[in-house]
Design a protein around this ligand. Sequence first.
Ligand code: CMC
Length: 428
Amino acid sequence: MSNTAILEINGEKHEFPLIVGTENEIGIDIKTLRGVTGGVTTIDPGYKNTGSCESAITFLNGEEGVLRYRGYAIEDLAEKADFLEVAYLLIFGNLPTQEQLDKFHADIKKESVVDDDIKKILDAFPKTAHPMGVLASLTSALTAFNPSSVNVDSEDDMYNAIVKILGKFPVLVAWTMRKKQGLPLNYGSEDLGYVENILKMMFEKPNKPYEQNDILINALDKLLILHADHEQNCSTSTVRIVGSSHAGLFASLSAGISALWGPLHGGANQAVLEMLEGIKEDGGDTKKYMAKAKDKEDPFRLMGFGHRVYKNFDPRAKIIKKAADEVLGDLGVEDPVLDIAKGLAEEALSDDYFVKRKLYPNVDFYSGIIYRAMGIPVEMFTVMFALGRLPGWIAQWREMRLRKEPIGRPRQIYIGENHREFKSINER
Ligand code: CMC
């Protein structure tokens, strides 16, 4: 195979090297394009064909439905690892030894308290505020209370910022939900596992002792692992690009949370549940909604279907579908919305429109059903996605800084007015 690509512009040939990844993915290295061509640029809206970086964190093959973190199959990690081990793996590159994991957890626990003044900020939000907006604001506000986490001149500084956010973020998540529900803000317990503690912080009632439920702990652990990273998606690219200006970790994460909020990205899990509820209330006629999804005049899309990269089954959706059946079975929940979801999935998987466009259920199609069975309010679903994605964002931000990547600054092709003479206001 030739290891260069040749581009001919106005009769002149330019040669560009090919970069081959460890899974034999090929990229054309166009770093010199503008220089050698005198300013020619590329246009790729939505970056469908653009690699923004080289990364050693997550591999996914959308055609074959493969997802691996640092070389480990998502199926193995979901079954055999816990969320904190996966977080360590993503951020530092290898699965931790017991000693490394214990130290990591101990360092996180030391940072699991937030400044009490954060409560005043939270208090200023109306109860109706969407939790994702609140979470983005509080995450950004953390910078003000932890100014030392902005300048990361060494790996130690970086480590400190990382354990700080891993400690404080679950507190913000739990408080965001408790504020909405009018419950007193609390802390968990140092004696609990990372995920166990999150559930205690979220669900402990002021008037009765909290009892842990292993089914919920295992289900949440699995969901968080499945959401932990997904290479250069919209929110992760946002975190990397904001961080590329050397903005601090918390500010970069806050931007990532805002990107995740949208219904075409993480907000899809909330949108799926709302869609399924809507179909139920409208009599449960799935065929009607299938027809709406296919009608190009109708803006309705089947939420939870399709993916920019997966053109085969989303491997996370397979694991989650099984988990949803198990969790609902274990908790003894019968949910008519799950039946509607199953019906829609069956119809879509055998429908020409969806088959031709390779639209399969994605991770968010089933995750909301589990969250609902766990008692998590619908508006918190995307917050749970953010909680899971946190280690991935951190790992990608850290990689970007360690590789000393340049500031992200795309080009454009200008299509506006040519030079115009200025006219004073009474001449216009
Ligand atoms: N329902 C109906 N038609 C669809 C859907 C859908 N959910 N998704 C894509 N299409 C059609 C689309 O209309 C287009 O048709 P045509 O070729 O006739 O114009 C074709 O499929 C290709 O779609 P696209 O919008 O060009 O694909 P994309 O790669 O730009 O978008 C997507 C990917 C995920 C934004 C899109 O599939 C979508 O809007 N899905 C619903 C929202 C959703 O579930 N998002 C969660 C993604 S997974 C979680 C995460 O990682 O963020």
